[in-house]
Design a protein around this ligand. Structure first.
Ligand code: NAD
Ligand code: TYD
Length: 361
């Protein structure tokens, strides 16, 4: 079986749902359920015996070691850790960087250390098979000028925000556990994901949510910053492929081959919403676009060269932005209750009652 961390978040949810649709291998999901986590995303799994949810902190060494010692009634043990858990929002890292250091740096360190103890005690065959897959970001490489080539795995790390600095630190720790202790790790650095189950604080779901409510669509600065958008399902397939065939100690950049300026992304969303959910009185959703103060230290451009993962592992994204964004908007239109519940305080109170409210370690 596999241990997934942060599986109640955006990418982790999509990963677990896709994994269990394609594989029979059981999953343990360890998630602290911060504001970004929503275990109810996985209720479609019902009482599926292949799925187990554990609320807790990746920095809780004892809890993690206990989970790693678990086995299924068939004698299955953990053969891989897929590590998504993180504080992931750049704007929040600007207002409160400490949680980013706790989870992304200290949490990843404790998880790695528990993994190392567990892996060291495995039989040679199981040691050989074990993988620690660390999910990271393209933001560790810093910002590109318009004419620069896209990020490659060999580029220098130049993180600019507390978020990207904390992810860069975690990448270095992962690398060091391979080089120093031989832990079989593999790291993926992906570009901006979009798709179902993304918390409406990130650009795309925020704009869909606000547009439906007739609220302003805030564009930072001049809106000409560029991101390389990757449909989340494509990303999950890339992770499965890396888990299956990625080379130990290697890093793989995962991107959508799809660079877009923020203003163009938001204009596209508005045009699709005009078709799918017209506003009253023939008003256009684009009328809601509002330019606001820029983010401090805002990186101008990210773009991924996903050549290595294509050449070595045969992965390429399936969705174009045109197909992926339409699917995403339709999902949000069909799941307005989901959005309402994740933004409501009532939901958070319920989670604390249901799962207890663990303190951070
Ligand atoms: P998210 O914020 O939606 O979800 C993070 C999950 O981690 C939540 O369920 C949260 O409850 C959980 N979590 C937070 N702190 C924890 C802790 N201490 N212990 C256990 N669980 C904890 O994030 P996401 O967008 O799904 O991102 C997943 C991973 O992918 C992150 O590592 C992120 O850095 C990386 N990434 C994301 C993107 C993107 O566009 N979303 C792009 C590049 C890389
Ligand atoms: P975001 O989704 O926060 O991802 P990241 O900062 O990790 O790239 O933001 C994507 C881009 O959109 C980024 O350039 C910041 C910009 N942005 C806005 O212009 N307005 C917003 O309200 C948000 C949340 C982001």
């Amino acid at each position: 079986m596999i241990l997934v961390t942060g599986g109640a978040g955006f990418i982790g949810t999509n990963f677990i749902l896709g994994w269990l649709a394609r594989n029979d291998e059981p999953v343990i999901n360890l998630d602290l359920v911060t504001y970004a986590g929503n275990p109810a995303n996985l209720t479609p799994l019902g009482a599926d015996p292949r799925y187990r949810f554990q609320r807790g902190d990746i920095a809780d060494r004892e809890l993690v070691s206990g989970l790693l010692r678990e086995s299924t009634p068939d004698g299955d043990t953990v053969r891989a850790i897929v590590h998504f858990a993180a504080e992931s929002h750049v704007d929040r890292s600007i207002h409160g960087p400490e949680a980013f250091v706790h989870t992304n740096v200290v949490g990843t360190f404790r998880l790695l250390d528990a993994a190392r103890d567990y892996w060291s005690a495995l039989s040679p065959a199981r040691r050989e098979r074990f993988r620690f897959l660390h999910v990271s970001t393209d933001e560790v490489y810093g910002s590109l000028a318009d004419t620069d080539p896209p990020f490659r795995e060999t580029d220098r790390y130049e993180p600019n925000s507390p978020y990207s600095a904390s992810k860069a630190a975690s990448d270095h720790l992962v690398r060091s556990y391979h080089h120093t202790y031989g832990l079989p790790v593999v790291t993926t650095n992906c570009s901006n994901n979009y798709g179902p189950y993304q918390f409406p604080e990130k650009l795309i779901p925020l704009c869909i949510h606000n547009a439906l409510a007739g609220k302003p669509l805030p564009i930072y600065g001049d809106g000409r910053q560029i991101r390389d958008w990757l449909y989340v399902e494509d990303h999950c397939l890339a992770i499965e492929r890396v888990l299956e065939a990625g080379r130990e100690g290697e890093t793989y950049n995962v991107g959508g081959w799809n660079e877009q300026a923020n203003i163009d992304v938001v204009t596209t969303i508005c045009a699709i919403l005009d078709e799918e959910r017209p506003r009253a009185g023939n008003a256009r959703h684009a009328d809601l676009i509002t330019f606001v103060r820029d983010r401090p230290g805002h990186d101008r451009r990210y773009a991924i060269d996903a050549g290595r993962i294509e050449r070595d592992l045969g992965w390429r994204p399936r969705e174009t932005f045109a197909t992926g964004i339409r699917k995403t908007i339709r999902w949000y239109l069909e799941h307005e209750a989901w959005v309402a519940s994740v933004v409501s305080g009532a939901y958070r109170e319920w989670i604390d009652r249901q799962y207890g409210a663990p303190g951070r370690t």
